[in-house]
Design a protein around this ligand. Sequence first.
Ligand code: NAI
Length: 281
Amino acid sequence: MGGELRFDGKVAIITGAGGGLGRSYALLFGSRGAKVVVNDLGGDAKGEGKSSSAADKVVDEIRSAGGTAVANYDSVENGANIVQTALDNFGRVDILVNNAGILRDRSFARTSDTDWDLVYRVHLRGAFMVTRAAFPVMRQQKYGRIIMTASTSGIYGNFGQANYSAAKLGLLGLSNTVAIEGYKYNIHCNTIAPVGGTRLTEGLLPPDRWEHTKGSVCQSSHGDIVSPEQVRDNWEKIIDFTGSVHPASSQENSALLIGALQEISEKSEVKANPTSSPSAS
Ligand code: NAI
């Protein structure tokens, strides 16, 4: 088992890092030594409006913790500007997390041109624009790590998310090809389908899983967050598809998730919240 995973000297662009999951990624990379470009347009969850305050706040958080970060307020559709911010400030781009996203949920028959176009433009076209600008820089460096953000809504479909589902699995296709073309330049491209309690998932959790391994229960010794080292040290188990499970619905998937949470709870001897006990009045 190695020591702490560090990103000293690496430059990481995180799109949509002014809140939610992107903010967590940015703070973590910043705490591990990466120089971070915190990109965020600062609009609302539907993609309307804009503000510089979301990105500025996260930059302040990273700097206050002793890290290095700069803000960029462009939409991901202006991907070249975001990459240029990294080059102007830090001279390279090693890591790109395509995370920015919006939702414009509507049942399929009611999906307007605007609902379709905006979701496609932020998720799929946006990731394309930023990645296309970063790729030649990474190729020249012979180093690059790119993450695309898909969703279980794309994998299974989800009521009211035709636009989002299509864009999200489009990102998987894009990632697969970028990974093939990037391989000989030491550019790796992977796709994640995260789950997180953010403004995009208010009232929606939990979504489904396609097929998944039994995984591994990771818990920080401090009882707060899972560390990248735990993921690394349990990686063989995490990717072991022997006896993989195939939940057919959100409910089945939730049962698996709850089982894993119970395992964590038993391991850490955290007592159940008394207000959730059946005998609580
Ligand atoms: P969030 O709404 O908290 O964060 C998304 C961020 O992207 C916001 O700060 C927003 O201002 C920014 N953004 C939106 N449009 C932008 C644009 N054109 N240019 C630059 N920034 C823009 O959402 P959350 O939940 O953190 O989502 C992050 C990513 O993870 C999204 O791609 C989302 O689709 C994906 N995802 C999230 C899941 C969840 O459980 N939260 C589940 C599956 C996927």
